[in-house]
Each structure stands twice: as C-alpha cells, then as structure tokens.
Write a protein that binds this ligand. Sequence first.
Ligand code: AMP
Ligand code: MG
Length: 326
Amino acid sequence: MQETLRIATDQLQIAADFLRTGKTVAFPTETVYGLGADALNAQAVEKIFLAKGRPSDNPLIVHIASIAQLDEIASDISFLAKRLIERFWPGPLTIVVRRKSQVPNIVTAGLDTVAVRMPEHATARELIRLANRPIVAPSANCSGRPSATTWESVLADLDGRIDAIVCGGPTRIGLESTVVDATGTEPIILRHGAITQEMIASACGEVASGSSELQVRSPGTRHRHYQPQAKVQLVEDLFELNPSSQRCGMIGLSEAEHRDLIETRLKNRFPQATVRLCASQEEYASELFEFFRHCDRLGLDRIYCQRVPHLGLGRAIMDRLQRAAE
Ligand code: AMP
Ligand code: MG
C-alpha cells in the first residue's frame, strides 16, 4: 500500500510534476474522473492497468490539451477527424485515428490506431497543459465497476493504489465520452455518450453504430462494465414493480414538472426502497453511477432502473444500463 496524496485544484503544478515523473494521478473531467499517467511512458501506463485491474487488451484514451499534442501521437488525420475536431473539441468526444509509432503498444493494446480526446474541463485541460505531454486517462475506478463521478468514489476504489488525486467537484455529465472511429470516410460510433449520434450525424452526414461486428473494433466493449455489487434489472415502469425485497434501489425518469409529486408517490408505495427520480435525461446520466454506488454502500441487493427511449443521450444511458444488467 502507498499513500494517495490529495491535491486541491489550485495546486495543479504538484499533480503535473507527479505525471511528469511517471506517477499516476486521478483528476476530474466533464465526463467522469480519469486516472492519468504519461502516455509516452510505458512504465507509468502499466501502473494504471495494475491499479485498476484492467485487462491488457483494453486500450486507453489519450487526453491532450492542444492540437499540437495531437501531432505527437497521431498521423494521417482524416478529413472526417478534422471535421469532428472542429465541431466537438474541446468536449466529451473521443476520436480514433491512426497512431504514430512513439505511442507505446501498452496504450493501444497493439492496435495501429489511437483514441484521443481534448477535454473541456478547465482543471483537466490545465493539468495536461502543465504536464506538457499527452496523458492517458481511463475512468478512475476498479475495472468492471461503475465509473467514479466524485473524488470520494475514486478513493473508495483506488485509495492506496494510485499516487495522487486532484479533488475537484462532481463531474457534470457522469457518463464516459462518446468514442468515434474516424479512420474511414464515415464516422462509426463505438461507444455512445453525451455527444450524441444525432449531433454527429448533423455534423458529418452518415453515421454507423451498434452492430456487433463494429463493436469488435473497440476492444473495451467486450469486457464486463459499469456493474455495482447489487443486481441491476431494467424495467419499463417503476410503479408496476412487485419487488421480492422492498429494500431495493429504484432510479427512473419523470417529466420535470411532476417529478416531486411522482417521487413522493413512489416512496409511499415502496416505503423501504431507496428512490431516485430524475427530471431529465441529463440528470439521469449524471446521477446513475453515484446512485449505484450509494445502493452498494447501503448493502441493497437489487437496483431497478427505468428504461429510457433510445434517442439522444438516452442511447448512452441505455448502453450503460444494459451492460450493468448483464
Ligand atoms: P475507458 O477509458 O475505460 O472509458 O475506456 C476506453 C474505451 O475506448 C474502451 O471502450 C476502448 O475499447 C476504446 N478505445 C480505446 N482505444 C481505442 C482504439 N484505438 N480503437 C478503438 N477503441 C478504442
Ligand atoms: Mg472505464
């Protein structure tokens, strides 16, 4: 066990020096907390796989703070990639491009491509700028568990296993970035996120997503993911439930104007349940993983999650829910 140093957001130089000397540092982004290391230092990157218990065939996303850093790691940037960069960076979009040979194999799991993102979060950008090198940053959680959206949840998984953490606020979006393969002429969505399929279609025209053949291109999607200890079950309507144990978790969505009323009705109907009703898809996305962790802390054995329509951000929510329920 090592001590994990807590670093305030106004002390980023300390965190950047850690990264520059091959150490691991968790930090907030607009999606979820990331666990950072110097992308060009294979030994530093290896520490991330060890700390998370991450399978070595799951490649990492490289985070950058400037377009100049993209040129250090990527080659043959396609017209399509340029269009996506122009439209969505900085932001929660990861773009898969051809890689340069100086990117260590451990980062890309041996692929000839590399996944890159320029986050918009001020702390994340400033940290990468100060570190002055590209930073790999997978979600800062034990592999397989729900991503961490608060620094407290990062430490619940990784305290004593990582060198430091930048203690910022909770993350805004709460789900991992959208991943798009931009090595061809048409974007292929490998993972849904807050940059939605509709947004990408309106920027680029055609979009492909979803088929199992395409998923093979994104090795991480093969692994167990996002799972709390409690069993997750998806339902259409929370009111129609007849739970075997009332000591369960329930999370769902309601129209904003009726949220409080419907939440009270649910609580009256299931007085021993832990109920969370969200007023928008954005709120559902940002609350979901922390709700999973909350239910685990309470020792609940089942969490019922209301399905949402497969549209916009709903695609990303349903993707995480389905994988949590596997
Ligand atoms: P994480 O950082 O834990 O949220 O996971 C990173 C995601 O990006 C995984 O789903 C990976 O499969 C995907 N990914 C990373 N690098 C590549 C790549 N070169 N090609 C395709 N997918 C990638
Ligand atoms: Mg992850």
